[in-house]
Design a protein around this ligand. Structure first.
Ligand SMILES: C[S@@+](CC[C@H](N)C(=O)[O-])C[C@H]1O[C@@H](n2cnc3c(N)ncnc32)[C@H](O)[C@@H]1O
Length: 218
């Protein structure tokens, strides 16, 4: 019996063909990112985006905070799934990619729902906390060294029973490879161990894309 599948491009295309139809601007962002070479690896996978959309719709999620937006694929995918009166606050430090994302949001007529705040995410999260902002869902996908800080602040910014999703928690599989002991792999290992012990949340790790942890604040 097959225990798990390797999701190669052929299988990802099959999943795509049997899921929500990709929005034309989602396709444009994917094409844009493809031409960026290796950097395209930054973006979440198509399968992850389908799952996020399903998750948002089935949990009546309206207000989302994204930490790490890049050229906008994950944010736009989520923006397509929230209701008319929903909104997404996107945090990123990179001016150039944020402008690209902003233009894609506009092209998809989603610009009224999406706001990008430029700057180091920790500062913006502190400010959102001071302003007493609260979100139904937070997606963490920025610099991995600060995942623990982002998680701690997210727990204060997410509503009770709200969700925190964290990307790259399986780190290309390296977290389970005892021969891998570089700084980032160890940082993600420590982060995963911390979440395991955190009884403020229900949680599970899904082997989607590069691994996604889903937490629900109790
Ligand atoms: C993995 S990419 C995000 C990918 C995006 N979620 C998507 O699916 O297309 C990580 C992003 O985090 C941003 N970033 C890195 N360090 C940051 C920081 N200290 N504060 C805010 N954003 C940061 C980078 O500029 C980059 O765009």
């Amino acid at each position: 019996m097959i225990k798990s599948l390797e999701i190669n491009e052929r299988l990802e295309k099959y999943i795509s063909d049997h899921s929500y139809d990709l929005h034309p601007i989602q396709k444009e962002i994917l094409n844009h990112n493809k031409n960026l070479g290796d950097v395209k690896k930054m973006q979440i996978s198509v399968t992850q985006a389908y799952f996020f959309q399903f998750f948002i719709k089935t949990n009546n999620i309206k207000n989302i905070l994204e930490i790490g937006t890049f050229t906008g694929y994950s944010a736009l995918s989520m923006g397509l799934a929230i209701p008319k009166d929903g909104n997404i606050v996107c945090l990123d430090i990179n001016k150039e990619t944020s402008l690209v994302a902003k233009n894609f949001f506009k092209k998809a007529n989603l610009d009224k729902k999406m706001k990008i705040i430029l700057g180091p995410a920790i500062n913006t999260l502190e400010k959102l906390k001071d302003d007493k902002k609260m979100f139904d869902m937070i997606f963490i996908d920025a610099d991995k060294e600060k995942y623990k800080n982002y998680y701690d602040l997210s727990l204060e910014l997410v509503k009770k029973n709200g969700f925190i999703l964290i990307d790259n928690v399986l780190w290309h599989g390296d977290v389970a490879d005892l021969n891998k002991n570089d700084r980032l792999t160890n940082t993600i290992r420590e982060f995963n161990s911390f979440i395991k012990k955190d009884d403020r949340v229900e949680k599970t790790i899904l082997p989607l894309g590069d691994g996604v942890t889903i937490c629900r604040k109790i």
